[in-house]
Write a protein that binds this ligand. Structure first.
Ligand code: B3K
Ligand code: ZN
Length: 881
């Protein structure tokens, strides 16, 4: 916990480091309660620096000894602040020897060096290294590291750090050591060590160049039956980066280590990636299709960071999206390429659009809104956000949309040619893209500097005499905290035109033949008109194909036009989108009716459209599943001026129930047509079938009769894999029937599989039948442990974020639970606490009585003593005017 008052840090205040570090030698005597860290660092004054003071960061560590150039520094010769150690007027060259003490076993923040299940792990990004030793802990200080680890041999048989193993051996007295050297210079946030009782799956792998590398996946004993998919994903990632971007693994050894206590998904430490077990461990019995896809994406993501993040890193943390946006884009492309089919790609794209609408658009419209490259922060850990990551990836994707794949690759090549081994800025990436392609991307900078989701309004006009079709686009971007009067963005708007038969029309824009059935319009002004020529009939426009920009598109589609697109659009993303629009229009009306206590009704046209897609065997099951998933309650809420969570829930439930009744025979037919007998495989085809089948089951279980109940129970009993098992259980829970015996059996069977027990908590936390009493009861369950982030997320975050109708109960019980737990977590793990704190971000948009109660809950947290910077920033921004 920081004791000094929270300070806002501004991007404009960046100053280069006063000293550069060349080498770092670290010695660890690992002991849970008392670890001694000895550090020898060579520094020289930075010619670009502005001061002669050496400034080191340190947090929650005890300084034992400090020597400079061989001489002990007396207390008067240095300044020990709350979180800094300054050596004023230091010489041009200095070798510092620093000895510190820390207590990993007491480190519940999971930042720095900590203990999980009796073993040692580290997490240094963003500012965890300073919790290990005093150091200029900033990403623009890059150095070469040598690391000596010493620990008890029996308790910690495996000693790992970055790079290559130089030597290892016994020390006598039951202790042993290992010495590691990382041949590449790196910022301190990429340092890692592991001292643990682990086993590994390993393999030598031959790179395209013929060089052999050692790949290892380290896990706790008993989990070696769950490492195959991570290893396979790692090999696929290595191959993909060679092929798509010409980037080779630069080390002889690449390690992945899985740990059960971890704040986020995984960490790209050089050569030693540390992962949340959730993104490593999988076998058919314990992991779902979604888990498998998550493992592939995260293994890819961390591996791709080796070039985008590690070889070229960030100058400062405001540039975080330089590595994160780009690396998310790369992992998205990797996952899409792994599926290979156009339809499979579209399904991954639909998932990305859903994430943006579910999480990023709300963030962009709320109190924590910030540009992809933020201008200020109080706590950097609060800025590992969907904006920096997912919107950042959209920004990178737009370069590719504007420049084409080849042009994008040229830009990437130039970026590495210019900046390998450097710590740079988002502007440098943009400059490489512009220079490699000889284009002007000046205006494109606004995607980095302006927060908020742009709204693009389209109007159209057809002139039958001229055979021209005009699309006029207007853009605006709402004000966000600290930013008003936004300037126009450079928006690539992909457009196609459909004729009455549903075929794509050959396009010519302003007389120029496009040569494709989709044109990418360069939309740069506040208002711009694009003129399609030689258009023989009034077309139906398909605008923003493949979701070509992270914007809200407003266009006054008629129902008939949407039905046409839903039936025929060759762009699968917009085909899906048409269905979402059809549903959303109706859901908003239903929610209004529900709030007014009026009768609810659903039109046959909509039902027929859903029926047609469901039964269309020419479409991939995965696409049909996507098409039949209605907009979530959160996404519906974002489209309303005043949010009434219970009315939204009632509206959506009504629509689902009506569809279930009307489509019952088709749903059952699809259930049966999409069984996947034989051994389990997580490939996209099979996963898509299971997805559609289990969606059908979920619908059939909304109002189950004995036959439907039996179907779900049987699937639960007979399932050969977790996807089917968990889907059956969720459908039983949601049906409102007595699911308790099944929950118990599930628990008993998987009691020793932590990741499955997380699912057990999560499915209950998110069930609309789970009220406050049940959540509180589950929190008393012996398996609940708030200190474990996965477990805390599984129950609390599910309830607060994925169960809106219950969480927003009018008695305020959800908010009371939220406040208690934010306060409790604040003392344990500020990063996790701050994430939970964000559940009330959108409080101002709710019906007045809920608003009042949320404000009081926020005020309660804000007033609680000992608040971390993390939570303080979130709640004070939420309460600010
Ligand atoms: N770079 C890490 C995130 C670190 C978060 C620190 N609070 C994981 C990733 O994006 O790959
Ligand atoms: Zn990342």
């Amino acid at each position: 916990m920081r004791t000094d008052s929270p300070q806002t840090i501004f991007r404009k205040d960046y100053t280069p480091p006063s000293y550069l570090v060349h080498t770092v030698e670290l010695g660890f005597d690992l002991d849970p309660a008392r670890t001694i860290v000895a550090s020898r660092v060579t520094l020289t004054r930075n010619p670009d620096g502005k001061s002669k003071d050496i400034v080191l960061h340190g947090e929650d560590i005890e300084l034992v000894a400090l020597r400079m150039n061989g001489k002990t520094l007396e207390p008067g010769q240095y300044l020990l602040g709350a979180n800094t150690l300054t050596i004023p007027k230091a010489p041009q060259q200095a070798t510092l020897e620093i000895e510190t003490l820390c207590a990993p076993v007491n480190n519940t923040t999971l930042s720095g060096l900590y203990v999980s299940n009796g073993s040692f792990y580290t997490q240094c990004e963003a500012e965890g290294f300073r919790r290990i030793t005093y150091f200029p802990d900033r990403p623009d200080v890059m150095a070469k590291y040598t690391v000596m680890l010493r620990a008890d041999k029996e308790r910690y048989p495996v000693l790992l750090s970055n790079g290559n193993l130089l030597e290892q051996g016994d020390l006598g007295d039951g202790r042993h050591y290992a010495k590691w050297e990382d041949p590449f210079k790196k910022p301190s946030y990429l340092f890692a060590l592991v001292a643990a009782k682990l086993v590994c799956q390993e393999e030598t792998y031959t790179l395209k160049s013929g060089r052999e590398v050692l790949l290892q996946v380290w896990v706790e004993e008993g989990n070696l039956d769950k490492t195959d998919y991570a290893m396979q994903s790692l090999k696929n990632s290595i191959r993909w980066d060679e092929e798509r971007f010409g980037l080779e693994l630069d080390l002889d050894r690449f390690m992945i280590v899985a740990v059960g206590d971890f704040n986020m998904g995984a960490m790209e430490n050089k050569g030693l990636n540390i992962f949340n077990t959730k993104f490593v461990l999988a076998n058919p019995r314990t992991a779902t299709d979604i888990d498998y896809a998550g493992i592939e994406a995260v293994v890819g993501h961390e591996y791709f960071h080796n070039w985008t993040g590690n070889r070229v890193t960030c100058r400062d943390w405001f540039q975080l999206s330089l590595k994160e946006g780009l690396t998310v884009f790369r992992d998205q492309e990797f996952s899409a390429d792994m599926i290979g089919t156009a339809s499979g790609r579209a399904v991954t794209r639909i998932d990305q659009v859903r994430t943006l609408r579910q999480a990023q658009f709300p963030e962009d419209a709320g109190p924590m809104a910030h540009p992809v490259r933020p201008d200020s922060f109080v706590e950097i850990n609060n800025f590992y956000t969907v904006t920096v990551y997912e919107k950042g990836a959209e920004v990178v994707r737009m370069y590719q949309t504007l420049l084409g794949r080849e042009g994008f690759r040229k830009g990437m090549d130039l970026y590495f040619q210019r900046h390998d081994g450097q710590a740079v800025q988002c502007d440098d990436f943009r400059a490489a893209m512009a220079d490699a392609n000889g284009v002007d991307l000046t205006q494109f900078e606004r995607w980095y500097s302006q927060a908020g989701t742009p709204v693009v309004t389209a109007t159209t006009q057809y002139d039958p005499a001229d055979q021209t079709y005009e699309i006029t686009l207007r853009q605006r971007c709402p004000d966000t905290p600290g930013q008003t009067n936004k300037l126009p963005f450079h928006i690539p708007v992909a457009v196609g035109l459909l004729d009455a038969e549903g075929n794509d029309i050959a396009l010519a824009v302003d007389g120029k033949v496009v040569g494709a059935t989709t044109a990418v319009l360069d939309f740069t002004e506040e208002e711009q008109t694009f003129r399609f020529t030689n258009v023989k009939e009034k077309p139906v426009p398909s605008i923003l194909r493949d979701f070509s920009a992270p914007v809200v598109l407003e266009y006054d589609y008629t129902d008939a036009e949407l039905l046409h697109l839903f039936r025929y659009d060759s762009d699968a993303v917009n085909r899906w989108e048409a269905g979402q629009r059809l549903a959303m229009e109706r859901l908003l009306k239903l929610a209004k009716a529900a709030a007014a206590g009026a009768e609810l009704a659903l039109d046959d046209t909509f039902i027929a459209a859903q029926r047609a897609v469901l039964a269309d065997a020419s479409l991939d099951p995965a696409f049909r599943e996507q098409a039949l998933i209605l907009p979530s309650e959160t996404i519906i809420a974002e489209s309303m001026d005043v949010v009434d969570p219970q009315a939204i829930h009632a509206a959506r439930q009504f629509m689902r129930r009506t569809l279930a009744r009307e489509l019952a025979p088709e749903l059952l037919a699809q259930y049966e047509a999409n069984l996947t007998p034989g051994p389990y495989s997580p490939d996209a085809q099979s996963a898509g079938k299971r997805g559609l089948k289990n969606l059908a089951l979920a619908y059939l279980m909304i109002e189950p009769g004995p036959a439907e109940l039996k179907l779900a129970q049987q699937q639960f009993d007979d399932a050969s894999n977790m996807t089917d098992r968990a889907s059956a259980l969720v459908s039983l829970i949601h049906s409102g029937s007595d699911a308790a015996p099944y929950l118990q059996r599930f628990y008993d069977e998987f009691e020793n599989e932590a990741l499955v027990i997380d699912k057990w908590f999560a499915m209950q936390g998110a069930s609309p039948h789970t009220g406050i009493a049940k959540v509180r009861e589950l929190m008393q369950h012996p398996a609940f442990n708030i200190k474990n982030p996965n477990r805390a997320r599984s129950l609390l975050f599910s309830y607060c974020n994925a169960n809106p109708a219950q969480f927003h109960a009018h008695d305020g019980s959800g908010y009371a639970l939220w406040a208690e737990n934010v306060i409790q977590l604040n003392a344990i793990n500020p990063q996790v606490a701050a994430r939970l704190a964000r559940s009330l971000d959108r409080w101002r948009r709710y019906v007045p009585d809920l608003q009042d109660q949320m404000r009081r809950a926020l005020e309660k947290v804000a007033a609680s003593p000992g608040l971390s910077n993390d939570v303080n920033e979130v709640v004070s921004k939420a309460l600010a005017n």
